[in-house]
Design a protein around this ligand. Structure first.
Ligand SMILES: NC(=O)C1=CN([C@@H]2O[C@H](COP(=O)(O)OP(=O)(O)OC[C@H]3O[C@@H](n4cnc5c(N)ncnc54)[C@H](OP(=O)(O)O)[C@@H]3O)[C@@H](O)[C@H]2O)C=CC1
Ligand SMILES: O=C(O)C1=N[C@H](C(=O)O)C[C@H](O)C1
Length: 262
């Protein structure tokens, strides 16, 4: 019989950590091996990050950008100094370019899957957005990315909105950094041709709403995704953790896990 994949959960006291733990209940292919949170956190059954890294085949991490970057470095150090280092499935969002570079470096030593959204629907949507952006000329079609989330979310735009913006920019053959318009207030002047705009709503318990609007003069096309419960992301992350088994070190994303071609 195949052994179940042993999973440690980082940020185990958080909304997503709890959703991942719930997803693991009653499964035979994957098993909860350890849970940890901030070093000073108090909670039943919590262990240290080191103990969790030692106990798991894969760590599912929905925490904060700096915590995820440090965890990736700790896993890479384990790969160098110990025979065993687990894979990481990173779901945190709001990374700085410097933090992303540290994760990329750690992925030379360990398997890391990182995605701003582990749902099937959003990963499908990325391909549709790329295709629409490639087909609709920037001189006639303006692209706007909209997202709405619950009032406790701390980063904006969401990781998903940025992924969708990147897919749109890729479709147009440009870098998102060159065309992103992330803040509008006051007398902004007319819209710049080719810009990809972002708008953000925060309120209540909204799980996650994303739309990419292609606005022409006489018609507009909107591609949207709604998350109905956050267990959705947890199930995707657990699928990603199971997928890591036997993979060589490297940086992967949910498109790789789903076998989508780009
Ligand atoms: N990729 C995806 O599909 C999804 C991504 N997310 C992202 O996941 C992240 C977490 O979201 P959510 O669960 O709602 O947030 P929460 O704040 O509910 O949970 C995060 C947890 O991580 C803990 N934490 C903070 N620092 C550390 C550390 N150094 N080591 C271990 N644990 C730590 C927090 O503790 P404390 O509260 O004390 O700070 C908290 O318990 C966000 O970045 C969010 O955007 C969310 C949903 C889906
Ligand atoms: O913080 C959240 O809740 C979510 N964060 C992710 C993001 O930033 O895109 C994914 C999802 O939309 C929920």
């Amino acid at each position: 019989m195949t052994q179940p994949v042993k999973i440690a959960v980082a940020g185990a006291l958080g909304r997503m950590g709890q959703a991942v733990i719930q997803t693991l209940e009653g499964r035979h292919d994957v098993v909860l091996a350890a849970r940890f949170d901030r070093p000073d956190a108090e909670g039943d059954l919590l262990v240290s990050a080191d103990a969790a890294l030692a106990a798991a085949d894969a760590v599912i991490d929905f925490t904060l950008p700096e915590a995820s970057a440090l965890l990736a470095e700790a896993a890479a150090a384990r790969a160098v100094h110990h025979a065993h280092a687990p894979a990481l499935v990173i779901g945190s969002t709001g990374f700085s370019p410097e933090q992303l570079a540290r994760i990329e470096k750690a992925a030379q030593k360990v398997v890391i899957v990182r995605s701003g959204n582990y749902s099937l629907g959003v990963n499908m949507l990325m391909g549709l957005v790329r295709q629409a952006a490639a087909a609709l000329p920037a001189s006639e079609w303006d692209i706007e990315v909209f997202e709405a989330h619950h009032k406790r979310k701390v980063d904006a735009p969401s990781g998903t909105a940025l992924m969708l913006g990147e897919a749109a920019a890729e479709g147009r053959g440009v870098g998102l950094g060159q065309v992103a318009d992330r803040a509008r207030d006051g007398v902004t002047g007319p819209r710049k041709e080719g810009a990809i705009g972002f708008s953000v709503v925060r309120g209540g318990g909204i799980i996650g709403e994303h739309s990419v609007i292609f606005a022409g003069e006489s018609e507009s096309l909107t591609l949207s995704h709604s998350a109905i419960d956050r267990g959705l992301f947890a199930r995707g992350a657990v699928a990603a953790a199971a997928w890591t088994k036997g993979k060589p070190p490297g940086l992967y994303d949910m498109q790789d896990v789903l076998g989508f071609t780009r």
